[in-house]
Design a protein around this ligand. Structure first.
Ligand code: A2P
Length: 324
């Protein structure tokens, strides 16, 4: 028996049930103490950015074995700020799969970009406190962690019922590294695509690992995207959202099915760009599964603005975003 149309409509809008996750097992008052066991540069030597893959052994703590890709953990940098107050807690995304870096869930990893800037008025050097603290850590150093945090940006309970399109810019790749490894190792036959955006080829993160995964798993497509230089195939610089047109044939099967889920992580600006591009290319019946768009907004996609998101342009529960 088929469901009445109103219920069928409702079900279409419902997102998939997500993984049950553990939260807040360690608080600032009772942090987990981990040990740094790895710290490697993710970017090539000529990149202007300093990004490190930092691995922390959390065995014996409540975080071990339970933290999921898409969740984050908190770091409290030691010391005090300029006003003498203890530094605030900062959240970092887990980059490791559920099995951890070690296969047993005891070693977790994160992807950290050093914040190095210049104060606008004083033109003095500004160094981000937590990112530089983490990137300076040496093997064997102890580090206090809280968490896990977050339950909305994780994989569905039954990944094999879905196809996945991931869009990342920069260190937004962190949660997707873990999710993609989880998906590919689960044996699910899901179509998995990753569109990864960085300025230059030297800035690509986990590029060799992702290239190797794509070579070994025919259901995984990796689409690196350079914004400030031509692509290796000679095509012009692009933002991730432009891949929805240039790689339409590859991405469409994953998007245009009832199984499709979209995950977006990285710079806030990409969110609007991806929504606009989806609205331009997807046939209405598929677009409706991802975005609820006011009739007036449908006719002026090119002039959409960020403030329209969640008002005139609303993602359904088949789009997951983590932007900053
Ligand atoms: P660009 O800086 O050339 O404008 P990173 O975090 O390593 O700097 O990478 C962020 C990437 O996201 C860069 O390639 C950056 O391009 C790109 N980017 C910046 N703004 C947007 C946007 N609105 N939509 C999509 N990508 C963007």
């Amino acid at each position: 028996m088929t469901a009445p149309e109103s219920i069928a409509e409702h079900r279409k809008e419902d997102g998939p049930p997500l993984l049950d996750v553990s939260m807040h097992l360690h608080t600032p008052a009772s942090p987990a103490v981990g040990t740094v066991v790895g710290s490697e540069r993710c970017t090539r030597a000529k990149s202007h950015a300093f990004v490190r893959h930092i691995s922390i052994d959390v065995s014996g703590t409540s975080i071990a074995g339970v933290i999921r890709p898409g969740q984050s953990f908190g770091i409290i940098p030691p010391g005090t700020d300029e006003q003498g107050r203890p530094h605030k807690l900062r959240l970092y995304s887990i980059a490791s799969p559920t099995r951890g870096e070690d296969g047993a869930g005891n070693v977790i990893a994160t992807t950290v970009k050093r914040t190095i800037d210049e104060h606008w008025e004083s033109h003095r050097l500004f160094l981000g406190v937590a990112s530089n603290y983490l990137c300076d850590l040496q093997i064997g150093d102890k580090v206090s962690l809280t968490g896990p945090n977050g339950k909305r940006f994780v994989l569905p309970k039954d990944p094999s019922s879905h196809d996945f399109t991931f869009f990342a810019t920069g260190t937004g790749i962190a949660p997707f590294r873990g999710m993609i490894i989880d998906l590919l190792e689960s044996g699910a036959r899901s179509k998995v695509s990753l569109v990864m955006g960085v300025p230059n080829a030297n800035d690509l993160l986990y590029h060799d690992d992702l290239t190797n995964l794509a070579a070994r798993h025919p259901n995984f497509t990796y689409i690196p995207t350079l914004s400030r230089e031509h692509q290796p195939d000679g095509s012009p610089p692009a933002y991730v959202q432009q891949r929805l047109s240039t790689h339409r044939q590859i991405l469409e099967p994953g998007l245009c099915s009832d199984r499709g889920l979209i995950y977006i992580c990285g710079l806030a600006g990409m969110e609007l760009g991806i929504f606009q591009q989806l609205a331009r290319i997807l046939p209405p019946q598929h677009l409706d599964a991802y975005l609820k768009i006011d009739p007036e907004a449908r006719s002026c996609i090119d002039t959409w603005e960020r403030r329209m998101i969640h008002k005139q342009v609303s993602p359904t529960r088949r789009i997951f975003t983590e932007v900053y």
